[in-house]
Design a protein around this ligand. Structure first.
Ligand SMILES: NC(=O)c1ccc[n+]([C@@H]2O[C@H](COP(=O)([O-])OP(=O)(O)OC[C@H]3O[C@@H](n4cnc5c(N)ncnc54)[C@H](OP(=O)(O)O)[C@@H]3O)[C@@H](O)[C@H]2O)c1
Length: 300
């Protein structure tokens, strides 16, 4: 991995189910209405074959339209969507809603968005008689229906993964854990833990998200300048070379194209190391808005 002839835009990572997730996908969180349809089409035109969405983003319908606009056959595209926190006790309704909005018969990957079974009546409260272990028990039933090819989790810290994997009701090891990963939040312990358990890690907010502080990072800028690459391209390469898939979000056609120019070059071990040891730390997605704590500071 990491050799300069690597074709990252064609690369897939094999999941514990045998399925192959394309290494680079398009993120769609915070893409405004009327922007995401054309962004999805632009990405598919540029060669992306992996789109990441969620019921909570409120854009599944537009994502589905963008896919149709592109003319790329459904069978060639990897679609990930996510079960919203207030739908944990109604998993069947959650997937039915997503498939209808996306206007597709199946998704390639269905993730539990957060390990929080939030009460739909009062989002500051957790459901009294439910938790994510029960949600997973329901999600495990989905692949046999053919409407979901793979199931996984998101925002699971080591502590919650342990709780899930050690529960007797857990028969399926999640295929994926989608978590925040970038050089200011590298979570090496979590990445290693996932690897050890056969869970593929997908890096979200891999560019540092909206108004990323990484855009001003001098170490990153120097590496990008020396290689004649954009800071975004270097961040994506850092994620790919540590074995994670990356799902950069953009609604800007030129950036969507640039973020996919990842073939035929690589970062040296020294460059990777210096990016992995930046002194600054920040997390885009905290857990303060949830009724339960889901991050415990033990993943770094
Ligand atoms: N599972 C979860 O809980 C979770 C949480 C967060 C995110 N995600 C997923 O991960 C995806 C990516 O994370 P994210 O949206 O937080 O952030 P991101 O992909 O790290 O960053 C997106 C931001 O970077 C800008 N950008 C993109 N390419 C650029 C480039 N080449 N140069 C300069 N700026 C660039 C985008 O602007 P423009 O769009 O204006 O071009 C946008 O403001 C999400 O969209 C979503 O699909 C999942």
């Amino acid at each position: 991995m990491g050799s300069s002839d690597q074709q990252w835009t064609k690369k897939t990572f094999e999941l514990n189910t045998g399925a192959k997730i394309p290494a680079v996908g398009l993120g769609t969180w915070q893409s405004k209405p009327n922007e995401v349809r054309q962004a999805v089409k632009a990405a598919l035109d540029a060669g992306y074959r992996h789109i990441d969405t969620a019921l909570a983003y409120g854009n599944e319908q537009e994502v589905g339209q963008g896919i149709k606009d592109s003319g790329v056959p459904r069978s060639e595209i990897w679609i990930t969507t996510k079960l919203d926190n207030t739908w944990h006790h109604v998993v069947e309704e959650g997937i039915t809603s997503s498939l209808k909005s996306l206007d597709t018969d199946y998704v390639d990957l269905y993730l539990m968005h957060w390990p929080s079974s939030t009460n739909p009546e009062d989002k500051k409260k957790h459901l009294p008689d439910w938790d994510f272990v029960k949600t997973w028990a329901e999600m495990q039933k989905l692949p046999s229906s053919g409407r979901v090819r793979n199931i996984g989790v998101s925002n699971f810290a080591i502590k919650n993964l342990e709780k899930l994997l050690n529960d007797p009701s857990c028969k399926t090891v999640p295929a994926v854990n989608q978590v925040e990963l970038h050089p200011n939040n590298p979570s090496p312990k979590l990445v290693d833990y996932c690897k050890e358990k056969g869970i593929h890690a997908t890096a979200y907010s891999c560019l540092g998200s909206t108004n990323s502080p990484l855009a001003k990072d001098q170490t990153l800028q120097k590496i990008a300048d020396a290689k004649g690459k954009s800071t975004a391209q270097v961040l994506l390469m850092w994620g790919l070379q540590r074995g994670t898939s990356v799902i950069p979000k953009s609604v800007t056609a030129s950036r969507i194209e640039g973020n996919f120019q990842l073939d035929g070059w690589s970062l040296t071990e020294e460059e990777t190391k210096s990016l992995s040891s930046l002194p600054d730390r920040f997390k885009v997605c905290g857990d303060g808005w949830l009724p339960v704590k889901v991050f415990f500071g033990d993943d770094e």
